[in-house]
Each structure stands twice: as structure tokens, then as C-alpha cells.
Write a protein that binds this ligand. Structure first.
Ligand code: LLP
Length: 419
């Protein structure tokens, strides 16, 4: 469910014409719907209404302050993977006791920042990290609440780049070694063991991998109990998929049912770290057609957004529906929708049935609210695009388009060039 709908053949975001926004803001830009973001969080929250829980939006999917603030104001928590995300989260108003910190490569300064902030817990991914967190907590005279991130060796059946819970992945600690980690954590003086964590992958469209992971975690939790270690929080990570093309991910209630079924009889507080499912279909990217070109074997629609603006098609061969903002053409063509970047991997769509567009037409790249703007770059010295949010009949530029000066900010020439 989202609020990007046609009215008289013109695509609207809530009550604002996207043509009108494009005329004022220029292209390309990301566009988010306030009502959709809010609704997605409420629906997710409601699906788990019967269990004690904390929903921590996974910041990596979309770190715009305006987006974060919507979630923070609804009592959501935050899942972070860097000091930068912690900074943004605090700026957006998340309370520290609702922030969990995951990631295999936490730096000392980032650990210190999180300790000083007083976050809910560190999801620890290795023994060395555990020791380091303990040392930093000692130095800073703090206590470090931790969960061990367990790698349950479950195949989430998703793109290999976004599978994380397999033995060969760099994430977490395998179930056998995890027992040892808990023993070790129990001996560390400045660490409080409060949780267990896992995240098996992203864009998962079946409930079974979640169930399999939970079953494995439950065994571990029981073993830990025998050892005298009581776990308070069970963090199941994120990973629920969305519909980009014709995927049929489980509904929120099916997902919630699968998880809560497994938790029956366990006295645990559930933590979830949804990213994509909250923001993916709440955002789109608007781009303009620059040229049409017919190669020997293909048609190309050349647009003003490239792989630097939306990397997912290039990196994961990901499918994003592409719709005309003004739906006035009956004829369809088959074309590659490509950007201005000097690489053949610079495409938004390949061999796509698309309306017979011409220069100046606006296209909406759908389902771009998650891992869109956050993964954009300045490659080819392209300024990062604007981000816009709509609420009802109003819109606001929540991030201005970068300009050429932004591109060289912080650069300087070495004094030794003078000599
Ligand atoms: N928690 C942890 C520890 C994670 O690593 C992730 C995603 C999430 C939560 C949120 O997962 P979600 O609910 O969004 O599936 N750039 C890729 C996705 C990478 C996901 C990385 N981790 C893409 O564009 O598909």
C-alpha cells in the first residue's frame, strides 16, 4: 500500500502532482510520502501488538533526518551500524535506550560514542570486539549492555550479496562458538549480557528462514539458561521483503505469526530491525528522459539519473518498476533505461517494456525508498540529487540538491605544489 497514484493520468504523491514538484525542484530527485511511511510503521507495529517488543528501524535503509524523525516521533527505536548513523539518529530524536548497534567493524571511536550515549545494546559480532567493548567500558567507567550476534547458518534464499546468515558470511558468531562467547562475556567485568541477536539477510520472501533461525536461537537460549545466563532481549534483525515486481512476500500478519508462534512460552522481549519493509515502497525516484537512441540491437532511453543515484539495478540486478509521471502514451517499446555514466553497467532497467517516451518526459522509478539515496555517490562528479517529502497537499525539500561547490568541499592542494 502506498500513496503514489494517478489522477487524470498524472502521478500524484498524496495530494501533490509530481509534475508540479519536478517543475519546482528539477530532476532527478527522491520523493517520499509521509502518510505511507507512517502507515507502514503503524501496520508493522500493529502486527506484533500482542508481544512485548521494540521495533528498531534499520537506519541504513534510509537515513534522511525527516524520515528518521517520523519514526522517532512514533516511538520507534533505531538499528545503527556506524557512528554516523548514531549521530543522525540522535539528531532525529531517537532516545538512546531504543538504539541497538550492529556491525562487524565497529571502530574504537564509534564504540566510545555509543558507550557515552548509553545505547540499549551492542550486537557483538566477534570475541575480539567483545573484549574491546569491555576495555573501552572500563576506561570510560561505563557498563556495556551486549547481545551476541549469532550466525544460525540459514539460507534466506535471497541475492547472495544480501544473505548474511550463512556460515560463509562474515557476520555473527556460529551457534557453537556463541556459547563460548557468552561464557567469555559472563567473565568480563564491564559487560552486561542482556540479549541474543541474529539477522539472516534482506529481501526475504518466505517465512521459513526466519522460523529456522528462531528454532536454532531457541535451542541456544535454553542452553544458556542451563548455564545460568538469562537472556532478556531476542533481536531477530530485519529482512522482510517487499514487492518490486511480482514477488509475494509474506504479509505482515503472516510474518508476525511465524515469529510469535516460535516465541510462545518464552519470557523475552522481541526486537526487530525492519528497514526495507518500512521505507522501500514509501519512496520513488523521479528522473527525466534526455534522449532516445536506437542502437543496432537495442533501444535506449537515456535519462538524467544514473547508477550513482540509484545503484541497486547495477549492483544486484535489482528490478524497479518504471512508470511515466504523465501517462499519456499508448504505445509500448522495449528499451534499456540507462544513465549518463561511462559504464555499461549504468542502467536502471534492461529490456524493459516501457511507454514510448520522448525527451523531457518524466519517469518514476518505483520502490526506491530503501537503499536508494543512502547508496548514492558522487561518481563522475555528479552532485547528489535532492530529496523531497510530501504530506497531504504540501511538499518540502528535505535535502537540497548538491552543487558543484559541494563536490570540492574539503579538498585542498598540497603546499608542496608551490615549491
Ligand atoms: N539489521 C541488520 C543487522 C542488517 O544488516 C540489515 C540490512 C537490516 C537489519 C535491515 O534489513 P532489511 O529489513 O532492510 O532487509 N543494499 C541492499 C540491502 C542490504 C541490507 C543490509 N543489511 C539492497 O539494496 O537490497
Amino acid at each position: 500500500m502506498h500513496h503514489f497514484k494517478y489522477r487524470d493520468n498524472v502521478m500524484f504523491c498524496e495530494d501533490v502532482s509530481i509534475e508540479e514538484i519536478s517543475a519546482k525542484v528539477g530532476t532527478p530527485f527522491y520523493l517520499y510520502s509521509y502518510a505511507t511511511l507512517k502507515r507502514h510503521f503503524q501496520a508493522f507495529n500493529a502486527a506484533f501488538e500482542d508481544v512485548p517488543k521494540l521495533i528498531c528501524f534499520s537506519a541504513k535503509a534510509n537515513t534522511s533526518l525527516a524520515v528518521l524523525k517520523i519514526f522517532a516521533d512514533m516511538g520507534c527505536g533505531l538499528d545503527i551500524v556506524s557512528g554516523g548513523e548514531l549521530y543522525r539518529g540522535l539528531k532525529a530524536g531517537f532516545s538512546p535506550e531504543r538504539i541497538v548497534y550492529s556491525g562487524v567493524g565497529k571502530r574504537i571511536d564509534e564504540i566510545d560514542y555509543a558507550l557515552e550515549t548509553g545505547i540499549l545494546m551492542f550486537n557483538v559480532e566477534s570475541h575480539v570486539e567483545l573484549e574491546l567493548i569491555n576495555r573501552r567500558a572500563a576506561d570510560l567507567q561505563k557498563r556495556a549492555p551486549v547481545a551476541i550476534r549469532v550466525n544460525p547458518n540459514v539460507d534466506p534464499k535471497t541475492h547472495p550479496y544480501i544473505s548474511t546468515g550463512l556460515r560463509k558470511n562474515k557476520f555473527g558468531i556460529n551457534t557453537e562458538a556463541a556459547i563460548e562467547s557468552y561464557r567469555m562475556a559472563g567473565r568480563l567485568e564491564h559487560v552486561d549480557v542482556i540479549g541474543i541477536d541474529c539477522h539472516i539477510g534482506s529481501q526475504i520472501t518466505d517465512t521459513k528462514p526466519f522460523e529456522a533461525a528462531l528454532i536454532s536461537l531457541k535451542t541456544l537460549i535454553n542452553d544458556l539458561k542451563q548455564m545460568g545466563t538469562d537472556i532478556k532481549y531476542l533481536d531477530m534483525g530485519g529482512g522482510l521483503g517487499i514487492t518490486y515486481a511480482d514477488e509475494m512476500p509474506p504479509s505482515l500478519s503472516e510474518y508476525a505469526e511465524a515469529i510469535t508462534q516460535q516465541l510462545k512460552g518464552m519470557d523475552l522481549q522481541l526486537i526487530l530491525e525492519p528497514g526495507r519493509v518500512l521505507v522501500g515502497n514509501a519512496g520513488i525516484m523521479i528522473t527525466k528522459v534526455l534522449y532516445r537512441k536506437s542502437g543496432e540491437v537495442k533501444n535506449f532511453v537515456i535519462v538524467d539519473a544514473g547508477m550513482n543515484d540509484l545503484l541497486r539495478p547495477t549492483l544486484y540486478n535489482a528490478f524497479h518498476a518504471i512508470e511515466p509521471v504523465v501517462n499519456s502514451k499508448e504505445n509500448l517499446i522495449v528499451a534499456d533505461v540507462v544513465g549518463p555514466i561511462c559504464e555499461s553497467s549504468d542502467f536502471l532497467a534492461v529490456d524493459r517494456n516501457i511507454c514510448d517516451v520522448e525527451s523531457g518526459d518524466l519517469l518514476a522509478v518505483m520502490s526506491a525508498g530503501a537503499y536508494g539515496y543512502v547508496m548514492s555517490s558522487n561518481y563522475c562528479s555528479r552532485p547528489r540529487v535532492a530529496e523531497v517529502m510530501v504530506k497531504g497537499d504540501r511538499f518540502h525539500v528535505i535535502k537540497t540538491r548538491e552543487n558543484y561547490e559541494d563536490l570540492v568541499r574539503g579538498e585542498s592542494l598540497p603546499p608542496f605544489f608551490e615549491a
